[in-house]
Design a protein around this ligand. Structure first.
Ligand code: AKG
Length: 284
């Protein structure tokens, strides 16, 4: 096998929920990917504004981007085999052009909230009615679901993760205290109350305050696979060049789940609901 995956790596992926395969992108492909991703970043700022985090489904921009390097990424010799060894023989790397690229913001630092996909992006009543805790537990424990990929073209330390949290239906009180300690609006300083340095350090402290959190340190061409049902976030600064391919290892079961429940996704509303509901609970 071109990229070595040991039994220990497989076990650790199950229990910790993440694994980094070093340097999967060869130098010549890295050159081509950086060139096209630089164009994609300009497109992202143009379409979504200077603070945007990503350009999704960028095969829609085939008239402005050469998609060949991205297609060559998906078929890197030995990559899918390595992913399959960590997961199962029916996992496939979803082409990045069907998924997205993550970028650094152009103007100011910001961080996402700590979150667990997909549970934190749906309304509670709808979740309980259509999925429920028992089915969710099965999904968390089933490696067919929620295997996300970050593969940076430049060094990337933006992603933080809580190992082991991907298997838990319920969060700990300490985790919820961190989650409730701020809001997405504050982590973006929407009221312009902070200097850039104050905002950067506020976001960094928020990352560090989550119990057990680790910062993923990814070198160019490293390949991080992580169960995105675990607590994670992205913390961004404009002075670092971030261009990170962001996709999934998908399976037929995961695709079916996505198609069936896509209508339930309402990230911002769900976040407001959690803050409101839990704050009122804690007021008694
Ligand atoms: O920027 C990152 O690495 C994390 C992005 C993220 O939180 C997500 O896609 O759910």
């Amino acid at each position: 096998m071109k990229f070595e995956i040991t039994e220990h790596d497989i076990q650790k992926y199950r229990t910790d929920g993440y694994h980094i395969i070093p340097q999967v992108i060869p130098a010549s492909l890295l050159t081509d990917l950086r060139r096209e991703a630089t164009k994609a970043r300009e497109l992202a700022y143009r379409v979504h504004g200077p603070q945007t985090q990503r350009l999704g489904f960028f095969k829609d921009y085939a008239d402005e981007l050469d998609l060949t390097p991205f297609k060559n990424f998906t078929t890197i010799d030995g990559l899918n085999e390595a992913v399959q060894r960590l997961t199962s023989s029916h996992h496939q790397v979803k082409p990045a052009e069907d998924s997205g690229i993550l970028f650094s913001p152009q103007e100011r630092p910001w961080s996402t909230e700590w979150h667990r996909d997909w549970r934190d992006h749906v309304l509670d009543a709808e979740f309980q009615e259509h999925v429920g805790d028992a089915r969710w537990k099965e999904i968390l424990e089933d490696g067919d679901f929620f295997n996300q990929i970050n593969c940076p073209l430049y060094e990337d330390t933006s992603t933080w993760y809580v190992p082991g949290s991907h298997l838990r239906v319920h969060n700990t009180d300490e985790e919820m205290a961190v989650y409730l300690s701020t809001t997405q609006e504050a982590l973006m300083d929407e009221d312009n109350q902070k200097t850039d340095e104050e905002l950067e350090l506020t976001c960094l402290r928020y990352c560090q305050s989550m119990p057990g959190a680790v910062q993923l340190v990814l070198n160019p061409g490293d390949f991080a696979l992580y169960r995105n049902t675990g607590w994670h976030l992205g913390n961004y600064v404009p002075y670092r060049t971030r261009m990170t391919l962001h996709t999934h290892a998908i399976t037929p079961a995961f695709k079916e789940f996505g198609d069936k429940y896509r209508w339930m996704l309402k990230p911002r509303e769900a976040s407001i609901e959690r803050h409101g509901k839990l704050a009122s609970q804690s007021r008694g």
